[in-house]
Design a protein around this ligand. Structure first.
Ligand code: ATP
Ligand code: MG
Length: 254
């Protein structure tokens, strides 16, 4: 695509609907042990938007973003993500789509213990067919952006602090430039300064592109980075709010 064509493509796709959910339900288990985690979620998220998802423990946040990321199949309702419906796709199609288009920061980081930080970050690139040396080089560069030095890049997760592991998880979610990044508490192990750094990075990622970010958080310090805040209670979205103050954060959805 030429520079001009790319520019008009970005303009045309900006602020379109990236996620559309209506009446989405999900129940874990069966019979007496059944837990209804999602009880009819209605939600729209536009491209170019950073949506934060907040709510009490157990209200269904992780379940919802797992459904959006195609990691978990919904039971009922409609859900379209980047114009795709996982229910209409085969397992292999979903895996391929996810590998290209989705970055996920897990609540527990989920780094592979036997791989170094750089190797962990390189995995989404390998899945997309990038050769090992190039993937490692790109992974190292992204880790430097999140504040890693040469020694840390080659460390195993067990030799890193919780905050450092979290930054590896964030770098891994962004390295393949996915169209949607979904993050479960991405700043929970970070001090205020690192939390701001990580959120600025993720916001820059969303700005001016046909990208979308969904961030689950309890961390009120990062609310200013949101375009909108969705409140969740008991398996439903109950309210959508504007962030209290956006400070000096650049806005793409004023
Ligand atoms: N694999 C599972 N099997 C059975 N029940 C589950 C499973 N995962 C989640 N649940 C239940 O589903 C409900 C929603 O869980 P979920 O993890 O989505 O909540 P959450 O809002 O992310 O909570 P937290 O803030 O503590 O991370 C909870 O009652 C939880 O116990
Ligand atoms: Mg959770």
């Amino acid at each position: 695509m030429s520079g001009n064509t790319m520019k008009s493509f970005i303009e045309a796709t900006k602020n379109q609907t990236a996620v559309r959910c209506h009446g989405v339900t999900k129940t874990y288990g069966q019979g007496k042990a059944a837990v209804q985690a999602l009880r009819g979620v209605d939600l729209e998220i536009r491209t170019g938007e950073l949506l934060m998802l907040v709510g009490p423990s157990g209200c269904g946040k992780t379940t919802l973003i797992s459904v959006l990321a195609g990691l978990l199949q919904r039971d009922g309702g409609d859900c379209s993500v980047l114009d795709h419906d996982y229910k209409q796709m085969s397992f292999n199609e979903t895996t391929r789509f996810r590998g290209r288009n989705i970055g996920f920061v897990f609540q527990t980081f989920d780094l592979i213990p036997a791989l170094t930080a750089a190797e962990n970050v390189a995995t989404p690139l390998l899945i997309n067919g990038v050769k090992w040396p190039a993937a490692l080089e790109k992974a190292g560069a992204v880790l430097k952006v999140v504040g890693f030095d040469d020694r840390m890049i080659h460390s195993l997760p067990t030799d890193l602090s919780g905050g450092q592991q979290q930054r590896v998880a964030v770098a891994r979610a962004m390295v393949h430039d996915p169209r949607m990044i979904v993050c479960d508490e991405p700043t929970s192990a970070l001090d205020s300064e690192s939390g701001h750094m990580v959120m600025s990075l993720m916001r820059q990622f969303a700005l001016g592109k046909d990208r979308v970010l969904v961030v689950v958080t309890h961390d009120t310090r990062i609310f200013e980075f949101a375009d909108r805040i969705a409140r969740m209670e008991d398996g439903r979205i109950t309210r959508i709010e504007n962030p209290p103050s956006r400070g000096n954060v650049p806005l793409n959805n004023p």
